[in-house]
Design a protein around this ligand. Structure first.
Ligand code: 4AD
Ligand code: MG
Length: 480
């Protein structure tokens, strides 16, 4: 057995000394040919490994460089130096992997997030990304725990589908047909997808919801948690072409049940991270505070990261209708002074993220759930309200993020659903399987989608979504 190491986190947590331990990890710094700061990713805190004079020959000492991988065995003793309680007094050190200090791009200094994005394959080895991706892991775990505790079934929905679940046409095509003009064609010159791998036109999924609804009509409570893909050309700090989504779908839930579930869910996972990732979140809070100091006073956020997270966990989200929100926006001084890029004039217009952020950050100063949007700006599957103008939709808007959740009660009435599909040009023949749920034992049901990276953004206080997914995909970029 090779791996007889103790994780650095475990060593630092245990308040004991005078025992032998072996550690393996990557050198962050090496001072005075004597003090190695070693990190193994279990925590941002490094273990100080002390190399006594004469333990290693000069050639080996030279190989202890930033980025090198080493194994160290020795005694855990109380540290004499400042900054750490314990340290490892090495009796043997083995270089597992050299790292050419001249070429290794990470120097023991602060690098910009933009630079680190270009070397995303190495950025895990920095404190910021070490913390971000440990928190991301924890949130994913908390999500499964939340739904498992509630008796939900975790459903794996397909990545390759033939339907456009959102009806928005923002799909990546999946094909094995040649792209050099020799693909088989129909009489009208269009490509004949009957000859394609699946015998039809297929794409990467934009959402697992439709399949989720099918399973909810059997298990009552399901959730999905998987990658989704959108070919929208949105080059923003909030959009990815490949992102992860959590989509619960619950039979017998109406819109209010849906909101209650979403609010409880968000609070639960944030709480989990606050409890289980205290050190990392404290580190990220400090990082954010330092970053905020470089901004003009007016642009700084009023709350620190920890304060903000605790506030969200401990306060009710504000709930109001789209119509009420439009009134607030229309009558706001911000609107009257023409400070919105898109002025708010008429009922029926879609809200821009500047409007969402105004409601959340300036007006209510807390997360907001907006409901009952005009049917024209929402998807075909949302339940029509009695007014015939609005649908039972809900979006959750978070401070600094904007939309974090989108959901609705679903149209469970067959005739009404078919009518909406016609009005919105959603091809009914492709979704016949979906309509079967409305033919056989249909019932009231509701669900929502939480964008996982937007949640991670919120909890880590990072400002660009490209920094909370290990290898981001966005327009003109698919490196690594
Ligand atoms: O609002 P959306 O499009 O809703 C759906 O896909 C529904 N089928 C969900 C459901 O009811 N089951 O997307 C849901 C969430 C958004 O609120 C947002 O957080 C996130 O997914 N999202 C994105 N995240 C990153 N990059 C993108 N391009 C995103 N598009 C949506
Ligand atoms: Mg949405």
């Amino acid at each position: 057995m090779y791996n007889k190491r103790t994780k650095i986190n475990a060593l630092l947590q245990a308040d004991t000394t005078n025992y032998e331990a072996t550690v393996m990890g990557w050198v962050r710094t090496f001072r005075n040919n004597q003090f190695i700061a070693l990190n193994d990713g279990s925590t941002n805190n490094n273990l100080q490994v002390v190399v006594a004079l004469g333990l290693l020959d000069d050639a080996t000492l030279k190989r202890i460089t930033t980025g090198a991988c080493i194994k160290a065995t020795g005694e855990i003793i109380a540290s004499l130096g400042k900054g750490q309680k314990i340290e490892l007094k090495a009796t043997s050190i083995e270089i597992l992997g050299d790292s050419d200090a001249e070429k290794f791009p990470l120097q023991p200094k602060k690098h910009s997030l933009e630079f680190l994005r270009e070397i995303a394959h190495l950025r895990f080895r920095t404190n910021t990304f070490g913390a971000v991706f440990r928190v991301r892991h924890s949130l994913a775990f908390a999500i499964h725990q939340f739904f498992n505790d509630k008796g939900f079934v975790y459903l794996h929905t397909p990545i390759i589908t033939a339907s456009d679940a959102e009806g928005a046409g923002e799909m990546f095509r999946v094909t094995t047909l040649p792209l050099d003009g020799t693909a088989p064609k129909n009489a009208d010159g269009a490509i004949n997808y009957k000859e394609d791998f699946f015998g039809r036109s297929t794409n990467l999924t934009v959402s697992g919801q439709l399949e989720g609804e099918l399973a909810a009509m059997a298990y009552s409570d399901i959730y999905t948690f998987g990658p989704t893909f959108r070919a929208e050309n949105s080059n923003t700090a909030r959009h990815l072409a490949e992102f992860w989504m959590i989509e619960p779908e619950v039979a017998f839930n109406d819109l209010e049940d849906n909101m209650n579930l979403a609010e409880e869910f968000i609070k639960y996972v944030i709480n989990y991270a606050l409890k289980n990732n205290k050190e990392d979140i404290e580190f990220l809070a400090q990082r954010l505070e330092d970053e905020e100091k470089t901004k003009p006073q007016a642009e700084r956020s009023e709350m620190g990261l920890l304060e903000k997270l605790n506030f969200v966990v401990n306060n009710q989200f504000e709930r109001l209708t789209y119509t009420e929100a439009i009134d607030i926006l229309k009558n706001s001084n911000h609107n009257k002074k023409k400070k919105f890029q898109y002025p708010v004039e008429n009922w029926g217009t879609d809200l821009q993220s500047e409007h969402e952020r105004y409601l959340v950050e300036k007006h209510f100063k807390k997360p907001v759930i907006l409901t009952d949007y005009p049917k024209e700006i929402k998807s075909f599957y949302m339940r029509m309200n009695d007014d015939g103008k609005t649908v039972a939709a809900m979006d959750i808007l978070a401070p600094g993020i904007g939309e974090i959740v989108g959901g609705s009660q679903r149209e469970e009435r067959y005739d009404k659903l078919v009518q909406r599909m016609k009005e919105m040009n959603v091809p009914a023949e492709e979704l016949d399987f979906y309509l079967d749920t409305r033919r056989f034992g249909s019932c009231i049901h509701a669900g929502f989608g939480l964008g996982f990276e937007r949640l991670v953004l919120f909890v880590t206080g990072m400002t660009n979504i490209r920094d909370v997914i290990p290898f981001p995909r966005y327009p003109k970029s698919a490196s690594f």
